[in-house]
Design a protein around this ligand. Structure first.
Ligand code: UDP
Ligand code: MN
Length: 307
């Protein structure tokens, strides 16, 4: 009988190979940034008290799909305990539709409902061929005024501009909670600017050194509104930081950020900008030809029903 002898050196090599394999499997499994574990931690009361409050500013306007969009968004608030919703209606008064939706989502003490109508005359200012009526400018500025007047700046807080038609992963808000005082956090956005993903580019030390934008890459910050969130203290430090009607299409993000940060001060999040946790989806305009037909006959399908 031949004896199989394993030398200590071979055992050592086997152990090393095993450990390397284990590490590789572990790394591959962890494709996304702090997801479920982090969220679990958020749910415990103690954690949610220590997490910074995130103020999500949502401009919104009346159209057939408004309630559907806001209902989708309200589910995020039901899942993320440190989120406060500043919802600003583009209308002459706040509406029961929005108020009831907020209450039905159980957000009693976690929302602020404001309104301001976008002035009509801004539609006519289009001297520049690229100029179109900026969406949500008036509303976001009102929310900033409210924040500067009402938020206790002694506690670290985050501000995020959360358009009502995008798609947001719950993990995005876990990531945002990591933004440090005095910093602006950035991450990739899916389906925007003519690309599958627009994202910040990082160097070896994980500092932001550029962006991959294809559309108007010469912008100071060629990123979407959904690509960043801001430490609240910066809005107090720089009271002149507001959105403006005077800037070209696609420059709102650069307009606000130029007051608050520089490229090298940006804090990369979402697995060093490798994970997509928000998508710039757009809802198609609702077709209501049959409804219009009904309305001509002084009838409607939603008589007495809020849609
Ligand atoms: N919005 C608004 N009034 C308008 C048009 C848009 O308050 O007249 C809001 C809209 O609900 C959204 C944000 O402004 O939250 C950005 O608008 P939109 O999603 O249409 O812009 P885009 O997707 O083209 O960036
Ligand atoms: Mn949109």
């Amino acid at each position: 009988m031949t004896e199989v002898r394993i030398r200590p050196r071979q055992v050592l090599i086997l152990i090393i190979v095993f450990i390397v394999l284990l590490l590789m499997v572990h790394r591959n499994g962890k494709r996304t940034c702090d997801g479920p574990d982090y969220l679990q931690a958020m749910y415990t009361q103690q954690q949610s008290d220590t997490l910074p409050k995130i103020y999500a500013i949502t401009p919104t306007y009346a159209r057939p799909a408004q309630k559907a969009e806001l209902t989708r968004l309200s589910h995020i608030f039901m899942l993320v305990p440190n989120l406060h919703w500043i919802i600003v209606e583009d209308s002459n008064s706040t509406t029961p539709l929005v108020r009831n939706l907020l209450l039905r989502a159980g957000l009693e003490n976690r929302f602020t409902q404001l309104n301001i109508k976008t002035p009509q005359e801004f539609k006519l200012q289009g001297k520049d061929p690229n100029w179109i009526k900026p969406r949500g400018v008036e509303q976001r500025n009102l929310a900033l005024t409210w924040l500067r007047a009402n938020v206790n700046v002694d506690r670290h807080a985050i501000v995020f501009f959360m358009d009502d038609d995008n798609s947001y992963a719950v993990e995005l808000f876990a990531e945002m909670s990591k933004i440090k005082p005095g910093r602006v956090g950035v991450w990739p956005v899916g389906l925007v600017g003519g690309l599958m993903v627009e994202r910040p580019l990082l160097d070896q030390e994980n500092r932001v050194v550029g962006f991959n934008a294809a559309w108007r890459p010469e912008r100071p910050f060629p990123i979407d509104m959904a690509a960043f969130a801001i430490s609240m203290d910066l809005f107090i430090k720089y009271p002149q930081a507001v959105f403006s009607y005077e800037v070209q299409r696609g420059y709102q993000e650069s307009e606000i950020l130029r007051y608050l940060t520089t490229r090298d001060q940006l804090q990369p999040l979402a697995n060093n900008c490798r994970d997509v946790l928000v998508w710039h989806t757009r809802t198609e305009k609702t077709k209501l030809t049959a409804e219009e037909e009904l309305i001509r006959k002084r009838k409607r399908s939603d008589e007495g029903i809020e849609v």
